[in-house]
Write a protein that binds this ligand. Structure first.
Ligand SMILES: CC(C)(COP(=O)(O)OP(=O)(O)OC[C@H]1O[C@@H](n2cnc3c(N)ncnc32)[C@H](O)[C@@H]1OP(=O)(O)O)[C@@H](O)C(=O)NCCC(=O)NCCS
Length: 205
């Protein structure tokens, strides 16, 4: 353990690194603009977050307009990360048309371990165009370069092959296969765990 962790040194406490993320919006990628979600996104969110197929392998049920409104007023209203346990959810819109194609999320799990987790969800109308990868890559950049994380993970259901492809395309390594570790939506689910370290991100250039 190096001096980045809290250590007592001649009676002084050297604090953990601050670990805060305050992006300047929109965060631009080649084709997308990432920015906080607002009530104006309700219909666009409902268009895919209400679909059973889209929610098949994610840890929540298809969402109603009311649930989306609650989330928009609650956890999706965060625009920065200032403490562990928080998650930053950003909408991904097409720079050309302003259409919302999906959303991405970065969880800040632990300050001490400087660890986080990535998640993403794309409207099926916009699948197969590389948008999940493009938006997620921007989130990894925020995670490693701006927030200063050491490690980012992605956890998926083994049957979610499109999602595994996203993580592999981003350069995350598969680290574990947890056989039937969760009773998930009425059946046993096998989880694949992926991870990337800051050094690996930097090595990608
Ligand atoms: C999993 C999911 C996010 C994938 O979204 P996506 O935008 O299609 O994923 P990608 O960014 O990887 O793009 C996929 C395809 O776009 C293709 N593509 C087309 N044009 C492209 C371009 N310009 N750049 C990059 N890829 C492009 C890629 O070849 C790839 O095809 P392949 O996977 O058949 O090789 C989406 O299916 C989804 O939201 N599923 C439901 C929610 C979910 O399960 N989320 C993950 C929870 S862990």
């Amino acid at each position: 353990m190096r001096a980045r962790l809290t250590v007592w040194h001649h009676g002084l406490v050297l604090d953990e690194p601050k670990l805060e993320l305050h992006p300047t919006y929109p965060v631009r990628t080649e084709r997308l603009l990432l920015r906080p979600l607002t009530a104006a996104d309700t219909d666009a969110l409902l268009a895919y977050r209400s679909l059973p197929d889209v929610c098949r392998y994610v840890p929540f049920e298809p969402m109603s307009r009311e649930v989306i409104a609650d989330r928009l007023a609650g956890m999706w209203s965060l625009t920065s990360l200032t403490d562990e346990g928080q998650a930053l959810t950003l909408g991904a819109e097409l720079a050309e048309t302003g259409e919302l194609v999906g959303d991405v999320v970065l969880f800040l799990h632990s300050r001490t371990h400087r660890s986080g987790e990535l998640g993403y969800m794309i409207n099926p109308q916009f699948e197969g165009k590389g948008y999940a990868t493009e938006a997620s890559r921007a989130m990894l950049r925020l995670a490693f370069e701006d927030l200063g994380l050491h490690r980012v993970i992605g956890r998926i259901d083994e049957r979610n092959e499109p999602s595994a492809k996203v993580l592999r395309r981003l350069g995350l390594r598969q680290e574990a296969r947890l056989v039937q570790n969760e009773w998930f939506k009425g059946e046993w689910s096998t989880e694949l765990d992926f991870a990337m370290l800051a050094d690996e991100w930097r090595a990608q250039g």
